[in-house]
Design a protein around this ligand. Sequence first.
Ligand code: FRU
Length: 510
Amino acid sequence: MKPFHILCLSSLLALAACSDNDVEEVFLPAISTESDSDNDSGTVVTASGYDEAYRPQFHYSPVQNWINDPNGLVYLDGTYHMFYQYNPYSADWGNMSWGHATSTDLIHWEEKAVALTPDALGDVFSGCCVIDKNNTAGFGANAMIAIYTANGDHQQQALAYSTDGGNTFERYANNPIIPNTDRSDFRDPKVFWHEATQRWIMALACGYEYKIEFWSSTNLKSWQKLSDFSSPIAACNLGQWECPDLISLDYNGSTVWVLIVSVNPGGPNGGSGTMYFVGDFDGTTFTADSGSYPKWIDYGPDNYAGVTWSNLPNDRKVLIGWMNNWNYAGVSPVSPWRSAMTLPRELSLVEFDGELCLSSKVVSEIDNIAGEWDTVENGADFPSVGPCQMQATIPVAESSTLILSNDKGEQLELEINPTAGLLLAKRNSTTGETSFSSSFSLPSVKSLLNCNGDEIELNIYIDQSSVEILSSTGLTVSTLTVYPSKTYHRATSSASSSTLRHRSLSSIWN
Ligand code: FRU
């Protein structure tokens, strides 16, 4: 049985045990209360200090409970909304609902009440939000429209709308908007307005059919199938296709289309991964350029189900992913929450080796929490211990290692191997806690170096339980969760010459 179906079964069991979770307007507060075991009086205290072991300090995680895919990423009136797969009742997958957080800078987040909970059609699986500027659906100009997969007896697409800026949602009375009675994996709608044909386009994943379907609509409620996209790489048995996103990007004044598809298992380093295809969309059909595939958005094991915000000013394309992997997400050693999101990344196109590739860079708003840059000595402690960004400029004429470590004897070794054209991250038992899953320890997480010059500049974002490595070209990207007992606070390079810089990143929760 595939892991996904095991999860579905556990969801159904949890649902059956939970009588009141189909109440639409239930307010599930973001702040939990919990007995403070250090407090003899048994006073009930809030558990929102974001100071537990491994708690991410500059990544979004909920106060408590399980999250997976980002959903309904949308911008409206100065606010970035991030909905996400959420279990309001536990830190295990189940009772899938849409949690909700908002931000005014993509970096600081505030957790809001749960937005959508299961109804008669089933759990609320992944999907998107759009702003209906022209009132095409009839729920009002600028209504926020959520289109998601209702996961009941079958996976069907459904609609809910908000006329109060995303605070509360109403279900559309005639759901499902795309019914389905026979296909087993048919989910994760992502919708955008296609200016040239003046209609909405939906990308929809067909899991083990290894294809993405495109549908169109003029009113978001009635949909017609347009076309299928698949690729010969499906023959490599890459696992089920999920969470598509078709985006357009400008490249030297021309529009280029990129189709993002998450695949699980079959990621570049096992388990979950997100690939993309560069090509053209004519309003009906997406055609991928010839080129080397699969291309991965992130070679690390922990960036999955990433999609982009809709309605962003200046047509920015910003993607955020779930910072985990289905191989071990269910046993990540954190509590009372489980999982965080990656840092948001700005996407653009860059030519490399004659092919257009996606470049990912952490959004510039990260500067909002950054201190001053300091040059640090090779092997010396950083000026401050705690979450930070370090920048390593390393020659690529030779092989070398860069070791991130703490004074507890824990370390993450990165090997820069220009001969093989690889960056290798050794996420083994020296990195910290790895015993919770046999599939977590990875002797060498391989990323393409994708580097033409004499040196590579790596931006490394170090949080309590993650390391995100992004080259300054945005072409070498590796996101890894790690569980050291203390945040790594020094870097040691074996290269004959290297420059190491550090700046602290302050907590987004203070
Ligand atoms: C991807 C995914 C989606 C699905 C959701 C369920 O991680 O499997 O395809 O909608 O998670 O939580």
